[in-house]
Design a protein around this ligand. Structure first.
Ligand code: NAD
Ligand code: MG
Length: 360
């Protein structure tokens, strides 16, 4: 069993990683002074079918459990589902002595977290992640739902009491979802830890088809890196921007194709290749961007920006990204593996560079 403490302002909470993580539930809740009188377990259809019964039974050893399963997929991060959860919580008589538990990937974590943040002005919340990507989404305290006008437009910073991450849940994860989460693992390595990156690059099978031990290592190292960065910058005013490595172009690809047409990780992988290429070109960084591209190809990431998207169109999406400072586009580049820097570009210049990258 591995444990990483995440510091968040005055508070801190444990992330437990291992096959017995949920066995520690009672102790962790008691230590944290949260023994709920009722639990609302929020999950999605797919995860419900796979692990709903088992986790519900585990939670019932603590207190009575009501369960709410949303449809799988990003659409569940909607105002309607959020409202339905609150209605259900009221009908079931939840109050401030109750707790919400999120069982699922980033969608369920973000939705359940936002419900917990706002139900009766905030009730205790735990996360039980079931995707690799959730090593990212379960740490950092961001919770949100989407608005038709934009992703994650309604939300709150709200920390869980604890995160229980059992890598065995990931055995049923489809390959493309695993790869999507892997892109964030690789991102965390690239922005903060050269030796972790070497470890990842050493054994292709660990990345393409990881076993539970390898997953536990990736989850732990990825979470340590993310936790280290967000604890320095809880509300996203400074170094947290480094987590955006690969995301400026990645988000633009996702948005331009239409959400759901490409996984987040695949889009970010292409974005990381562009950012690495730029780092070599502009900062003389030695990132072996060519080798990186070959490695990404072996993993199964798309290594080129989808041809049907024009660079101009992508540029417009990059400019409308909510993290864009007025008129310029901020890119996270690397001076070397583990040393990110922010570089601002005039849109025309960045578009030219993107064009050049795509021709290589
Ligand atoms: P997801 O929660 O939709 O899960 C992906 C798919 O896998 C779903 O269809 C789900 O039903 C299925 N699934 C989940 N666990 C499974 C399992 N163990 N076995 C088989 N199938 C399983 O998506 P995700 O990639 O985990 O998360 C993406 C979401 O996370 C996005 O909404 C994104 O905005 C959010 N996110 C949030 C943060 C944050 O800081 N809060 C960070 C990154 C991403
Ligand atoms: Mg991301």
């Amino acid at each position: 069993m591995e444990s990483v403490m995440v510091a968040a302002g005055e508070l801190s909470y444990p992330v437990l990683i291992g096959n017995q993580a949920l066995e520690l539930l009672d102790k962790v809740l008691a230590d944290g002074g949260t023994v709920p009188e009722k639990i609302l377990l929020i999950t999605d259809d797919t995860v419900h079918r796979l692990y709903g019964k088992q986790v519900k039974e585990r939670l019932e050893k603590i207190s009575p459990v009501a369960m709410f399963a949303v449809q799988s997929g990003e659409e569940a991060k909607s105002f309607e589902q959020y409202y339905a959860i609150l209605t259900y919580a009221l009908e079931k008589g939840l109050d401030r002595k109750s707790m919400i538990a999120a069982l699922g990937g980033g969608v369920v974590g973000d939705l359940a977290g936002f419900a917990a943040a706002t139900f009766m002005r905030g009730i205790p919340f735990i996360q039980i992640p079931t995707t690799l990507l959730a090593h990212d989404s379960a740490v950092g305290g961001k919770t949100a739902i989407n608005h038709p006008k934009g992703k994650n437009m309604i939300g709150a910073f709200y920390q869980p009491k604890a995160v229980f991450f059992d890598p065995q849940f990931l055995e049923s994860l489809p390959a493309e979802e695993m790869r999507s989460g892997m892109a964030e693992v690789i991102k965390h390595a690239m922005i903060a830890d050269a030796s972790f990156l070497s470890w990842l690059q050493k054994d292709l099978s660990a990345v393409v088809n990881p076993n539970a031990d390898q997953l536990a290592t990736m989850i732990k190292e990825g979470i340590k890196i993310k936790a280290g960065i967000v604890s320095q910058d809880e509300k996203e005013t400074g170094v947290r921007a480094y987590l955006n490595f690969g995301h400026t172009l990645g988000h633009a690809i996702e948005a331009a194709l239409g959400y759901g047409r490409i996984t987040h990780g695949d889009a970010v992988a292409a974005g990381m290749l562009f950012a690495s290429w730029l780092s070599e070109k502009e900062l003389n960084a030695d990132l072996s961007a060519g080798e990186l591209k070959d490695w990404f190809k072996e993993i199964g990431f798309p290594v080129a920006v989808p041809e049907e998207l024009s660079s101009e169109e992508l540029m417009n999406f990059m400019l409308s990204d909510k993290k864009t400072a007025s008129g310029k586009v901020n890119m996270v580049l690397l001076k070397e593996i583990g040393t990110p820097v922010i570089h601002s570009y005039l849109p025309e210049r960045l578009q030219d560079l993107l064009e050049e990258f795509r021709k290589e």
